[in-house]
Write a protein that binds this ligand. Structure first.
Ligand code: ZN
Length: 340
């Protein structure tokens, strides 16, 4: 931990701002929040080249492009610099690591937006893109929100047809569970990612907390040649839908799938292992054997549902997998179809 990044590290965050002459929403696009997820970087640079060549004009509102949001992680071609930028995101009075420094310049940018589109890619299969949708309108303590309708409308116009909701709620519940077992195991506690419910706050949650709305788009697997195209289409669709550019309104994806994250299960020991190689969105039935704890205790599916973000090598005390179920929530007035 250092308070000042060493000389070989990137020392700044670069953004590009295009302001139209007519009023309109303030929109920001982020690439490479995780340094090895470069589809967003490529798509943003493609758009930037078109804007700079005069092939496309921002007529209304303001567009901010950040092709590389975590320059240290990007330079290292890895997910994180010193830590995950997309957790516990907040300005730090006394920055301890590289991501604290980035947060101090990124957070004011996010707080000054109406809309965030954050472009990611995934390590694990399958490659099918999906959208992470925020909460419904609520006045709760964790993440009060009033712009769900606008967020849903954008989600159905990005292009991809798979949507996942329930991230922050599930994460916060998981932290409570983590605290309970941590009391029983001080050595595990020391290795824990975090016991703070707001640790689940990343770019989208931060933007929502400050008056905007936001979507994370997982564009496919890191190396999928289609991922930059998925990101680029989503960017263009966002600009068209919100009227920043003159373009036909993007199609509404009426045939979409919607999953709600319900539970996060932590890995507790290096000996905890899955019984098979799970991929995100694999279906399982209630009672099906998912994995085995180091002491032989079976880990069973709590109900019919899907596994999401399986992480076979998670550090003990951290998320092993998420359990998800089909959601009944209406999105932009539409109901999801049942997942095949
Ligand atoms: Zn990511």
């Amino acid at each position: 931990m250092t308070t000042v990044p060493p000389a070989h590290r990137a020392h700044m965050l670069k953004s590009h701002v295009y302001a139209g002459f007519e009023p309109g929403p303030r929109v920001i696009m982020l690439g490479a929040v995780h340094g090895n997820e470069i589809c967003g970087t490529q798509a943003i640079e493609r758009l930037r080249a078109e804007l700079d060549a005069g092939e496309l004009t921002i007529l209304r509102g303001r567009l901010t492009l950040v092709p590389i949001t975590n320059p240290l992680a990007y330079a290292r071609v890895q997910r994180n610099g010193d830590r995950n930028l997309n957790r516990n995101l907040a300005p730090a009075n006394i920055p301890h690591d590289f991501e604290d420094h980035i947060a101090n310049v990124l957070c004011p940018l996010l707080a000054d937006q109406d809309v965030l589109l954050d472009l990611h890619s995934t390590t694990n299969p399958p490659g099918q893109p999906f959208i992470m949708l925020g909460p419904q309108n609520n006045t709760g303590e964790l993440l009060p929100f009033a712009r769900a309708a606008e967020e849903e409308a954008l989600a159905l116009r990005l292009g991809p047809t798979r949507i996942v909701e329930g991230w922050l709620d599930t994460y916060a519940e998981g932290v409570k569970t983590r605290l309970a077992y941590a009391d029983a195991s001080p050595s595990l506690r020391a290795r824990m990612l975090s016991t703070d419910p707001s640790y689940g706050v990343g770019t989208t949650e931060y933007t929502r907390k400050h008056g905007g709305y936001a979507l994370t788009l997982e564009c496919g697997q890191h190396a999928d040649p289609q991922a930059p195209e998925v990101a680029y289409r989503a960017i263009r669709n966002t600009l068209a839908h919100l009227g920043l550019i003159d373009a036909p309104a993007p199609a509404v994806q009426e045939q979409f799938e919607l999953l709600k994250l319900c539970q996060v299960v932590d890995r507790l020991d290096e000996g905890d292992r899955f019984v098979r190689e799970w991929a995100s969105f694999d279906h399982f039935h209630a009672g099906e054997l998912i994995g085995q704890r180091a002491d032989g205790t079976p880990v069973l599916a709590p109900a019919d549902g899907y596994i999401v973000f399986p992480s076979p090598l998670a550090v003990p005390g951290n998320e092993w997998f998420y359990f998800a179920q089909a959601s009944e929530r209406c999105v932009d007035g539409l109901r999801a179809r049942v997942m095949g």
